[in-house]
Structures are given as C-alpha cells and as structure tokens.
Design a binder for this molecule. Sequence first.
Ligand SMILES: [Zn+2]
Length: 122
Amino acid sequence: MPKRVQKRADSFVGKTAGGKTADCEVAYVTEEFAAREKHKARLLRKTQWWKAKCAPGICYYCNSVIAPSELTMDHIIPVSRGGMSVKSNIAPACKACNDRKKHTLPHEWALGLESLNQRSGV
Ligand SMILES: [Zn+2]
C-alpha cells in the first residue's frame, strides 16, 4: 500500500513543520525535500543497481529470505527524518520490516527489532 505510506509521511512532515520538535537529533524536512527524495527513490527502483540489490532476496533488517519481487525499497534513514535517496541510504526490506520501521532511525529500529523478536508470529 504505497499510497497509504505516502499519506502518512506527508502528515508526519506537516505536523513537525508546525513547530513540534519531538526529536532534536535530525532536522525535519520540508515537503519539497520529501517529494524530491521520493521521486529519486522511484527512479532508483528502476536501476540495475536496485535489481542486483534485491536479487538475493534477503531482507536487510531481519535477513528473511523472500522473493525479490516481495522486497520493498527502504530508506535506512527515513526521508521524513532527512534521509536522502542515495545508494548508501537504501536497502531492500521485507514488507513486515518496512511497515514496522516507518520513520524510525536505525538505533530506534534496533530497539523495535528486539520487541519484534519477542512477539514473533504477529
Ligand atoms: Zn524483514
């Protein structure tokens, strides 16, 4: 459901642009930035580089082996947190991981993975 994810990202950006700063670690981004980086991600998705990245069919986060077509493009540092659509910030993730990760940063996500392991099967 990429449409739903995008909608969430937009509302996230909008909320933080309103002056709320829940996290001082990363500068929040403008909608223009998010739109530009999402566009770049779409272009990257068509490249041989991305196809090669997905070919092994391994999720970057949980190491699950799944069909390459089931892998989604994930920003390691989310666009909504200032992450750019560059090769070093993009990894293939299974849908479950991508959905759980959302806007978290790697260290926040590591904590999330722990709880994920505790209640695997959900
Ligand atoms: Zn995964």
